[in-house]
Design a protein around this ligand. Structure first.
Ligand SMILES: Nc1ncnc2c1ncn2[C@@H]1O[C@H](COP(=O)(O)OP(=O)(O)OP(=O)(O)O)[C@@H](O)[C@H]1O
Length: 459
């Protein structure tokens, strides 16, 4: 015992060691303050405290930002869709809203910023919250802020959340989104800060759309094959998208076909007026802010921009107008999108992100489009919507008058062979009254009037 006590350092030795250590720490702190800039010091301290909190905090946080690498984040969308399904008693406030005036119906639910929602899954306790983050510098098409969801779980559950909870959220969100009640149509408006959305409630379906029966069933088959071919597109190394060109005279049903496709696939529509886009860079930003399972619609592509139009035609027009062909500068009437910008947008690198996307161009003048735009791979399906044939008339008669046959049909069939009448004109005639015989007779008069006009024009 005595020998053990004799081996212990004396009080004076301990005090002098403490004094030396304190002096060394003081010296180190002074050197750190004098020699290391404050930003680096703060960085070191923050890293140090992060490491400490990692080892001592029992929780782990997943952050789900609105965008992922500049593209709309599908995980964010899945969480946004999933959370309203688990709102029970855990929330103390909720956002509710509605697009419809019909009663009764269920309002849409969202969680407000700051609200906490708890969830339980396979024995794990999970806590969600929504945050609004602000950007130091905002670009021209965003609002200077974005949202993120945070998921707090136990650190020991981190792997299990990734392996089982997140797939569970994706699967529930996918089921909800695929039979989503309200479709939306988004219109790009630069002045209003980007895409603006409204509920899309167009009644057109493939049942009400009158067109050549063979083309109609080919389109339906094409769409059904497209949505089922995720693995195929991955295997062959192509992006999961499809390009359609709908062309034909005004009033032949191009917009109605777009609506029928959206209603069938339950895809939202992004309606893009190329005239409002001023540069290729802006086009790229617009494109990357759209979501999967959607239709990007570019109507009247021949009028939208010179970039889409046949270069030989532009040259001829410029020669007639006395313009210099080399002058490709954007003007107030023609935006600054180039043909290569447009092609990149249809099948180049910009188009290769995202899944399940249709790009639909419509035009009344296919002959005005540049051949490069029409090449296979860019346009996968070319759909001509023509004037009303007898087969198309019969479908319209079925929809509007609920008849399959009538003794006046033969007269109508012969007249339709002689004149060009659009399905829109026919639909208008068939809506005029409820009296069947009268409607068909006045429709025949209408067609005869067109035949008379045609003969007059020819003479
Ligand atoms: N093929 C059709 N089947 C059923 N209804 C049609 C068809 N074509 C036109 N209609 C009717 O005419 C209206 C106008 O047609 P729609 O806007 O689809 O034609 P469009 O070809 O897109 O015309 P535009 O080139 O002027 O945009 C539709 O709302 C619909 O009621």
């Amino acid at each position: 015992m005595a020998s053990f006590l004799s081996e212990l350092p004396s009080i004076s030795t301990i005090l002098s060691a403490y004094a030396s250590l304190s002096a060394a720490i003081m010296l180190f702190r002074t050197m750190l303050s004098d020699m290391v800039p404050s930003q680096i010091r703060e960085y070191i301290f923050s890293k140090f405290s992060q490491s400490l909190s990692y080892y001592f905090s029992p929780n782990f946080t997943f952050i789900v930002d609105q965008n992922w690498q500049a593209v709309s984040n599908y995980t964010y969308r899945a969480v946004e869709t999933y959370l309203p399904t688990i709102i029970g008693t855990s929330a103390d406030s909720l956002l509710i809203g509605s697009f419809s005036s019909l009663v009764p119906h269920n309002p849409d639910l969202r969680i407000p910023v700051g609200c906490k929602i708890t969830d339980e899954f396979q024995g794990m306790k999970l806590e969600w919250s929504l945050h609004k983050e602000t950007k130091s510098s905002s670009s021209h098409w965003d609002n200077g802020f974005w949202y993120s969801y945070r998921l707090k779980c136990k650190k020991s559950d981190q792997q299990k959340v990734m392996a089982t909870y997140l797939p569970h959220i994706y699967s529930i969100a996918q089921t909800i989104l695929s039979k989503r009640e309200n479709l939306h149509i988004h219109t790009y408006n630069k002045g209003m800060g980007g895409w603006k959305s409204a509920v899309f409630k167009h009644p057109a379906t493939f049942a009400t759309l009158a067109m050549d029966p063979e083309s109609k069933s080919e389109i339906i088959k094409d769409l059904e094959t497209f949505v089922q071919r995720k693995e195929f597109f991955q295997r062959v190394g192509r992006s999961w998208k499809r390009g359609y060109l709908l062309h034909g005279p005004p009033g032949t049903g191009k917009s109605s076909l777009v609506a029928a496709i959206a209603n069938k696939l339950r895809y939202n529509i992004y309606d893009l007026q190329l005239q409002s886009v001023r540069s290729d860079a802006e086009l790229r930003s617009i494109l990357t802010s759209t979501t999967n399972r959607s239709i990007l619609l570019v109507e009247d592509i021949d009028c939208s921009t010179k970039a889409s139009r046949d270069r030989t035609m532009i040259r001829d027009e410029q020669e007639e107008d006395g313009e210099d062909e080399s002058d490709q500068s954007p003007s107030s009437s023609d935006p600054g999108i180039t043909l290569s910008g447009l092609l990149n947008f249809t099948d180049g690198l910009w188009s290769s992100f995202g899944d399940e996307r249709l790009i639909i161009f419509t035009t009344n003048h296919k002959e005005k489009l540049d051949a490069a735009l029409l090449r296979p791979g860019r346009i996968d399906r070319d759909v001509f919507m023509g004037y009303c044939t007898f087969a198309v008339f019969k479908q319209l008669a079925n929809t509007y008058l609920q008849i399959d046959n009538h003794h006046l049909f033969d007269t109508i069939k012969n007249l339709l062979k002689e004149v060009s009448v659009t399905p829109a004109e026919v639909a208008q005639q068939l809506m005029r009254s409820d009296e069947l015989q009268g409607i068909l007779e006045s429709f025949i008069e209408f067609l005869k009037g067109k035949v008379g006009n045609k003969i007059e024009e020819e003479n």
